[in-house]
Design a protein around this ligand. Structure first.
Ligand SMILES: Cc1cc2nc3c(=O)[nH]c(=O)nc-3n(C[C@H](O)[C@H](O)[C@H](O)COP(=O)(O)O)c2cc1C
Length: 140
C-alpha cells in the first residue's frame, strides 16, 4: 500500500550548501534503492518535504528523518493513501526557496506552512515544481 506524507521543519543552524548536498546525496541514493519518491523544498530556515512509497518504508524513513539533529519542530502536515505517485519522476527533487524567481520569493513570507493545511502546502509545492524551480533531481 502506497502513502504520501508531507512535513515541515525548521533547520538547526544555517542551511549551507554542504548540508543540503549531504542530505540530498543520502536521500537520492537511499530513496532510489527503496522505491521512495518525493521533493525537498529548502530555504529561509525551513524544510518542506513530500515522501511517497510503501507505507512501512515511509513510516520508518519518517522516524529516522524526525530524529535527525539537523532540524527541529518537525510537524506532519499531511498523510494519505495513494494509488498513483505525484512525484514519480524524482527519487528526491530539490527546490531551493532562495533560488526561486522573484515573484515566488515575494509570495513566500506570507506562506506559513505551519499555519495552513497539508493540501494547500502540496498545491504550493506543485506550483514550485511546475514553475521550473527544481534544481536537482534524479529519475528513480
Ligand atoms: C530535511 C531532511 C530530509 C531528509 N530526507 C531524507 C530522505 O528523503 N531519505 C533519506 O534516506 N534520508 C533523508 N534524510 C537523512 C536522514 O535523516 C538520515 O540522516 C539518514 O536516513 C541516515 O540515517 P542513519 O544515520 O540513521 O542511518 C533527511 C534529513 C533531513 C534533515
Amino acid at each position: 500500500m502506497l502513502i504520501r506524507i508531507i512535513y515541515v521543519s525548521k533547520a538547526v543552524g544555517p542551511q549551507t550548501t554542504t548540508m543540503t548536498n549531504a542530505i540530498l546525496q543520502k536521500s537520492q541514493a537511499w530513496n532510489q534503492a527503496n522505491d521512495i519518491t518525493g521533493v525537498l523544498c529548502q530555504g529561509q530556515g525551513v524544510f518542506l518535504q513530500a515522501l511517497e512509497g510503501e507505507r512501512r518504508t515511509v513510516t520508518d524513513l519518517y522516524a529516522r528523518i524526525h530524529a535527525d539533529q539537523r532540524h527541529t519542530n518537525v510537524e506532519m502536515l499531511h498523510c494519505e493513501s495513494i494509488v498513483k505517485r505525484r512525484y514519480a519522476n524524482w527519487s528526491m527533487a530539490h527546490v531551493s526557496l532562495s533560488d526561486v524567481d522573484p515573484e515566488t520569493t515575494i509570495d513566500w513570507p506570507e506562506f506559513d506552512p505551519y499555519g495552513i493545511t497539508g493540501l494547500l502546502v502540496m498545491a504550493r509545492i506543485d506550483d514550485l515544481l511546475a514553475s521550473g524551480t527544481v534544481i536537482q533531481s534524479r529519475t528513480p
